[in-house]
Design a protein around this ligand. Structure first.
Ligand code: C2E
Ligand code: CA
Ligand code: CA
Ligand code: CA
Length: 284
């Protein structure tokens, strides 16, 4: 109707309705995902650009609902965060990743990195839970890296941010390392780099893509090189994400970037393939 306000129009918007239905269908499905054994982890190698060897693997969660097509993490992770389901799901991820990492760490010194949500970090029992999982799997703390993003630290109050930072610092005292993920996508990256207790810096894929983009490559190369150098001078290990071409890889290597991740080396892949990679070790 002519006088219908914006709110009235949206209520009857069929697309919105469909989206809401889909959202609640996914929420219901996600509640049963663990018990129905629909969750799996894939692992993506983190490669040493100088030797070509695998240094680490990043655990990436996959959800295959029974009798339905897979749902992408960008879709179900936000739902898991909203509903709090990320707490049990996050624990499942840690358990599985540590179970797999044990043999990789023992035989090859390869560590595992696990993505952590803000909701998990805010949970009072988080650091105890992490340390308990490590003990249960008899995995040394050095074999685990937790990936956080600066956006998850944008908590309501600075007191809360301080509390989260102290949780990270405590884990770090125990030997669990922290990686700052998606670096360069936020607004306050440099400020966080100065104050956060981190060991590893993961430069976001948007930088890698722009390295070979005709319009931006000059500035992007200068910028990326500066971050790699800054990171090294702060004694952080630098990983560049989203490397898809040989050109990008050699450019990054020339800049002195030690580690990279991306489809050029391997997409995220089941644990059994990682076992194969490590056993065959073609780079040795
Ligand atoms: P992320 O942590 O930034 O993970 C990197 C994403 O980039 C992954 O998407 C990976 O498959 C993709 N990727 C890797 N190499 C390339 C490349 O060369 N080119 C391109 N175009 N993409 C590449 P994925 O697996 O779909 O995960 C998306 C996001 O979901 C992750 O982003 C992470 O934020 C979240 N996520 C995944 N697993 C977990 C988890 O267990 N817990 C939590 N809290 N979040 C997770
Ligand atoms: Ca990550
Ligand atoms: Ca990332
Ligand atoms: Ca991300």
């Amino acid at each position: 109707a002519k006088n219908a306000g914006k709110n009235q129009v949206t209520v009857f918007d069929p697309d919105m309705r469909a989206a809401r239905l889909e959202h609640s269908r996914l929420t219901t499905g996600l509640r049963h995902a663990i018990s129905r054994q629909e969750l799996t982890l894939n692992y993506q190698p983190v490669v040493d650009l100088n030797t070509g060897g695998i240094t680490a693997v990043e655990a990436l969660l996959r959800w295959n609902p029974t009798g339905d097509k897979p749902v992408r993490p960008d879709v179900f992770i936000p739902i898991a965060e909203e509903t709090g389901l990320i707490i049990p799901i996050g624990l499942w991820v840690l358990e599985q990743a540590c179970a797999d990492a044990r043999r990789w760490y023992e035989q090859y010194g390869v560590y595992v990195t696990v993505n952590v949500s803000g909701r998990q970090l805010r949970d009072e029992s988080f650091s105890e839970a992490v340390l308990a999982v490590l003990r249960r799997h008899e995995l040394p703390e050095q074999a685990l890296v937790l990936e956080i993003t600066e956006s998850m630290l944008l908590a309501t109050t600075s007191a809360e941010t301080q509390r989260l930072i102290s949780v990270l610092a405590k884990l770090r005292e125990h030997g669990v390392r922290i990686a700052l993920d998606d670096f360069g996508t936020g607004y306050s990256s440099l400020a966080y780099l100065r104050t956060l207790p981190v060991d590893i810096l993961k430069i976001d894929r948007s930088f890698t893509t722009a390295l070979t983009d005709v319009d931006h490559r000059q500035r992007t190369r200068a910028f990326t090189k500066a971050i790699v150098e800054l990171s090294a001078s702060l004694d952080l290990r630098t990983v560049v994400e989203g490397v898809e071409s040989d050109d990008q890889a050699s450019m990054l290597q020339q800049m002195g970037c030690p580690l990279a991740q991306g489809y050029l080396f391997s997409p995220p892949t089941p644990a059994a393939r990682i076992d194969d990679f490590l056993r065959i070790a073609p780079w040795q």
